[in-house]
Design a protein around this ligand. Structure first.
Ligand SMILES: O=C(O)c1ccc[n+]([C@@H]2O[C@H](COP(=O)([O-])O)[C@@H](O)[C@H]2O)c1
Ligand SMILES: Cc1cc2nc[nH]c2cc1C
Length: 350
């Protein structure tokens, strides 16, 4: 697709020498081998991705994508669509979970309006890259045009480029947009060839009746848009959202530029599936923060061969799962760097 030729540019390899040397160092530190469990793995993974003997998640950069989803008209969310713009202001003013956590962990966050329902005009701390007034209702029409798809992918790409120019060493993409668990579920079902009943869930808190309505909307979307031979990009344009598509572009770009990716919850994992489908080696650049309480997330993780670090019953989105893992990544890296080795400390090694 013209304007997206960069998707096929090579993905950087992981520095396996740096990862091997980090693994050897872990085995020389004053602890029974493997006893720090997956904290060891975190440091080794980051060392391989960063090609560094002193890996670090810092600076952490969050791209927070805001958008609306036409399929909300099918009654697929517990909350009304106006919550998206209200939460955008809340995030920008520092009152949302993502904002409080970003401040607490010292992460830089860029909030990007990709096309919420109403144009809010200039909002302090929000970058406007509006691609429309929400997407089309996927149960009845494609989510977006080819032009919008290209622009959304490129918005993700340029977000990563800005992150890199600010010195980012870890990327977290987040989202907020009422209704977006529906396109995320639709994209996952299409890419994984899973029945909707296995993937659909309550999102913001639907009851059984609401989940059934959501299942029907997704089944209508799949019946309308799923045809043999459709490309991943075509499926994204038909079933996705501006947030999911921008994140797909961001993930591929990060892997091309060597920037480690911390994948957040359900919606961001749908983007991860799409990015890995388009460029399988992007998977090497991904760390998975947590298992979302949205039930279908486990199927997505299985398909990505991912074993997320946290399982806290989180289902907020907004990059908050990624943020929650950052302190542990920091601890893992500090331990890796500062612990004494057996020989340094004069401790008997076996
Ligand atoms: O990322 C997740 O794991 C997650 C799971 C359920 C809901 N959400 C958030 O809730 C909103 C979507 O839920 P819904 O029910 O409106 O589709 C959206 O703003 C997401 O950030 C996020
Ligand atoms: C209040 C609220 C905040 C959110 N943040 C992400 N999704 C959300 C959905 C709602 C309803």
């Amino acid at each position: 697709m013209e304007g997206l030729l960069w998707i096929n540019d090579p993905i950087l390899p992981i520095d396996s020498m740096a990862a091997d040397s980090a693994r050897r160092r872990q085995d020389q530190l004053t602890k029974p081998r493997g006893s720090l469990g997956r904290l060891e793995e975190m440091a080794i993974k980051l060392a391989g991705m960063q090609g560094a003997s002193a890996p670090s998640p810092d600076p952490v950069h969050i791209l927070q994508f805001m958008s609306d989803h036409g399929v909300a008209a099918e009654g697929v969310s517990l909350y009304p669509q106006e919550v998206t713009i209200q939460m955008m202001r809340n995030i920008a003013h520092g009152g949302a979970a993502v904002s409080v956590m970003a401040e607490a962990i010292g992460a830089r966050m860029e909030i990007i309006d990709l096309g919420i329902l109403t144009d809010p005009g200039p909002v302090e701390n929000v970058r406007s890259e509006r691609l429309g007034f929400g997407t089309g209702n996927i149960a009845r029409e494609p989510a977006m045009s080819e032009e919008q798809l290209v622009a959304a992918m490129n918005a993700g790409r340029s977000g990563v480029e800005r992150a890199l120019s600010n010195g980012a060493r870890l990327l977290i993409c987040g989202e907020m947009g009422i209704g977006n668990t529906t396109p995320a579920t639709a994209v996952a079902c299409a890419l994984l060839d899973k029945p909707v009943v296995d993937m659909v869930g309550p999102g913001t808190g639907l009851n059984a009746e609401g989940i059934d309505r959501k299942r029907q909307a997704i089944e209508s979307a799949l019946a309308l848009h799923l045809e043999p031979g459709r490309s991943t990009l075509d499926l994204l344009a038909r079933l996705g959202g501006f947030d999911i598509v921008a994140t797909t572009g961001a993930y591929i770009t990060a892997a091309q530029r060597g920037l480690p990716i911390l994948v957040d919850g359900f919606i961001m994992s749908a983007a991860a599936l799409a990015a890995v489908r388009l460029q399988p080696e992007v998977r090497n650049w991904m760390i998975f923060s947590h298992t979302s309480a949205e039930p279908g997330h486990r199927l997505m993780m299985e398909a990505l061969d991912a074993d997320p670090y946290l399982d806290l019953g989180m289902r907020l989105g907004e990059a908050t799962g990624g943020e929650a893992l950052v302190p542990l990544l920091r601890l893992a890296c500090v331990v890796h760097q500062r612990m004494a080795t057996f020989s340094e400390a004069g401790v008997t090694e076996v």
